[in-house]
Write a protein that binds this ligand. Sequence first.
Ligand code: SF4
Ligand code: SF4
Length: 381
Amino acid sequence: MEYRRFGSTNLNLSVFSLGLMRCLSSPEIAIATIDHAIRAGVNHVETARGYGKSEEYLGLYLNSPTAVPREKIFITTKLPPTSGSSLMAEWIDQSLANLQTEYIDCLAIHGINTEQHLQWVSEADGCLAAIQTAQKLGKIRHLGFSSHGSLALILQIINTDLFAFANLHYYYFWQRNFPAIALAQQKDLGVFIISPIDKGGRLYNPPEVLQKLCQPLTPIEFNDRWLLNQQQITTLSFGVSCPAEIDLNRLQQKSVTATDILPQQLENIEQNLDLHGRNILKSDRCSQCNLCLPCPETINIPEVLRLRNLAVGYEMTDFGQYRYQMFENAGHWFPGKKGDRCTDCGDCLPRCPEKLDIPSLLRDTHQRLNGLPRRRLWENE
Ligand code: SF4
Ligand code: SF4
C-alpha cells in the first residue's frame, strides 16, 4: 500500500480509504470489514452522520480487542452544514460519543452544495464557530468539506481558505472538477476522491466494450491509475458491505503506483477511449464545455448529455440510468431537471460550439435512460 501526505493536514494516508456508507448490516460485519481493510494496509476510514449506524460501528471497532491503536488509524466523519453553531456543537459531541473516541482526525462538512450552505458555514455564529471551538478543545484536528455543487461553488469554497482537505467527485469519465483539484493542490488541501468505482461509472460491472478498451487493465484499475498518477490526489474511497467484497488485489496492487505499466501505455488507453467515443458519437458528441447553461427549465444539459455520451459511446447504459433517474429525486445532491422538460425555447442553441441539436438529444437521452425514479442510497439528512 502506498501512503501520501493529505495536504496541509500532514496526515500520511493510504491511497485507498475505506468508506462505511454500505457497511451497515451488523456491528460484527462492520468490525470484521474494518479489520480486514486495516490488515490490507488501509489506515483511513470514512464515515458520516448520515450513514446509518456507521459511526457507532466504527466506535465499536475502535474499542474491540482486534483494533489497532487509535493513533494508527485516521478517521473522517461528516456532518451536514447548518445555520446555527449550537446544533453543530451538539452534533460534534454526538459523533465523538458514537465513535467512542476523544478526537476526530478529519471532520468534513458534508455537502456544501449551495450558496446558502456556504453562507451558513461562513456567517458569524454559523456552524464554523462551533467547529473552531471544538478544534481549540482538541476534539477535531482538521476541517474539510465535501460538495456535489457546481464547479464555481467548489472553487469559492476552496478560496475561503477555511479548509485543509476536500472530498470531491472526479474520475476519468467525469473531469469537470479538474480546476478544483488544481486549486486544491495550489492551496495545499488534501484531496479525497469520493466513490471512484460507483460514481465513476459503475466500473464493477463494465460493459464488454469498456473492458476491451481498458486492456491490459480492468476499467477499475485504469481509473485508479489515472487518478493516482495525479500526485495532487491523496486517496480514493472504496465502499464495501462485508470483508469478502474487499478486493485485496486492488488495494495491494503494486500496479497502482506503477512499475508494470508505462505512462505511455496509460496514455494509449486514454487515447483509445477518447477515439472510440468520438467515432461512435460522431457529431452528437457533447464536449462537456458547459457553455449551453443556463437553461430556463433548469435542465442540467451537460450532465444529461454526458450520460448519453457514456450510454451510446461505451454502452454504459446501466450507469446512465442509475444517474439519470436521480434527476428531480435527490434535491441539491443531484440538481437539475430531466431532458423531457425541454420546451424547445432555443436559448441554448447558439451557445453550443458543437452545434448540437440539444432538444432532440435531451429527448433521446430521456427515452434511453428514464425509468423508475431512484433516490440516494442514504437519505436521512
Ligand atoms: S431549448 Fe430546451 S434545453 Fe435549451 S434552453 Fe430551452 S428548454 Fe433548455
Ligand atoms: S454547449 Fe454543447 S457541447 Fe457544450 S456542454 Fe452544452 S451541449 Fe455539450
